[in-house]
Write a protein that binds this ligand. Structure first.
Ligand SMILES: Nc1ncnc2c1ncn2[C@@H]1O[C@H](COP(=O)(O)OP(=O)(O)OP(=O)(O)O)[C@@H](O)[C@H]1O
Length: 362
């Protein structure tokens, strides 16, 4: 008898990602072998040789699972532990202790024990200090990713797996929708993100229920994060009140539809970004200044992206540059009536000078 369908589903999802990681690892190992490091190349050329010996990369890549001890990431860890040895991939695990609840260190130690029992190696608990910037959720996330990045570097990991599910994706899409900031935020989380696509989300197409079921049938003890049920957190309210209400009103398929929206929006947003990068070159004069008449002729979605790029180039931080800022700059093009310079985050100002739009440090 084969594994329970839920277990088969989580394993398949992980196997697919491990295949990708392996393929990329092999490709980059080949590349490293055949492309001499600049220093070595120079020394080699001086010595009349084209290639210099380089330390070989280990042939078995390491994949780490980021595990909170919750159902999603425990299911992920179990699937990684099962699939990795079959593919000649090394598998390890990291749990982050945010230090936000009493006994969080004990819990982190328990997660370490469970991952070790699954024969993952290396396994590590990392304690972090959570600041306040951007609110409690954002601060914890920033601290967590910083710790995961550091762990990945320290261990030379080829990838770090995260347990986000289709339900998490649906929540992210709804949060983006409610922010009113365009299709990039509707595109939710990417299957691969972070430095060199380090973070992978094998369960992005899988529902949370399947991950839970897989833990249940494998008798994996899971920890319920009290924050996940805490109505003080926006995401928690969405999970426990918002989405169930939507499902009641619109039917059960809404989570799947929202996740599909994420994928479609991502493709659209990527296309528009590419288009905007091309338009950016086309709307500049010989001195590289933005020409208002050419900007005016662009479709609004492309023009706003060109303006956003220009503001960021001038030093506006992406995180504080909102749709309303860009709309105001856009009115210098589409609704010109002699407005004054517009202040943007990061001490950047946008103004119209003759037929040109100038965006610069104020
Ligand atoms: N404390 C932590 N240590 C390590 N990884 C974490 C931690 N918290 C979250 N993660 C990673 O980020 C993913 C998303 O976490 P989040 O808390 O947003 O979702 P979740 O649905 O509650 O996941 P889980 O059931 O695995 O806790 C987790 O699946 C896990 O891979």
């Amino acid at each position: 008898m084969g594994p329970h369908p839920a277990v088969a589903a989580i394993r398949l999802a992980v196997r697919r990602v491990l295949h990708d990681v392996l393929t990329e690892h092999t490709r980059s190992a080949e590349h490293t072998r055949h492309t001499p490091h600049p220093e070595f190349a120079e020394a080699g050329a001086r010595a009349g040789r084209q290639r210099a010996a380089l330390p070989e990369r280990p042939d078995t890549p390491l994949v780490l699972v980021a595990c909170s001890g919750g159902a999603d990431s425990m299911a992920l860890a179990s699937a990684l532990a099962f699939e990795a040895p079959k593919l000649d991939v090394r598998a390890g695990g990291i749990t982050v202790d945010h230090g936000l609840q009493d006994g969080s260190d004990t819990r982190a130690a328990e997660v370490v024990d469970r991952l070790t029992d699954m024969r993952l190696d290396p396994v590590e608990a990392v304690a972090v200090q959570v600041g306040h910037e951007g609110g409690p959720e954002a601060a914890a996330r920033d601290a967590r990713y910083a710790a995961l990045d550091a762990a990945a570097e320290r261990h030379g990991a080829a990838a770090v797996l995260l347990g986000h599910t289709r339900d998490d994706q649906a929540e992210t899409v709804l949060l983006g929708l409610a922010r009113g900031s365009g299709i990039r935020s509707l595109s939710g989380m990417a299957a691969a993100s972070g430095p060199a696509g380090r973070y992978r989300r094998p369960f992005l197409q899988l529902d949370r229920q399947t991950a839970r079921k897989a833990c249940l049938v494998q008798s994996l003890p899971v920890w319920e994060d009290p924050h996940n049920a805490d109505p003080a957190y926006t995401r928690s309210r969405l999970r426990h009140e918002g989405l169930p209400a939507l499902e009641k009103a619109l039917g059960k398929g809404v989570v799947e539809a929202l996740a599909r929206t994420a994928q479609l929006s991502r493709d659209d947003a990527d296309a528009l970004d590419t288009w905007a990068a091309e338009a950016d070159r086309a709307v500049r004069d010989d001195a590289g200044r933005l020409e208002c008449a050419k900007l005016y002729a662009l479709p609004p979605a492309v023009r706003r992206r060109v303006l956003r790029r220009a503001a960021m180039e001038a030093g506006s931080p992406a995180g504080s540059l909102f749709a309303r800022h860009i709309e105001e700059v856009d009115r210098l093009i589409t609704g010109w009536r002699g407005q004054r310079a517009i202040n943007l985050p990061g001490r950047v100002e946008a103004m119209r000078q003759g037929g040109r739009l100038v965006i610069r440090q104020s």
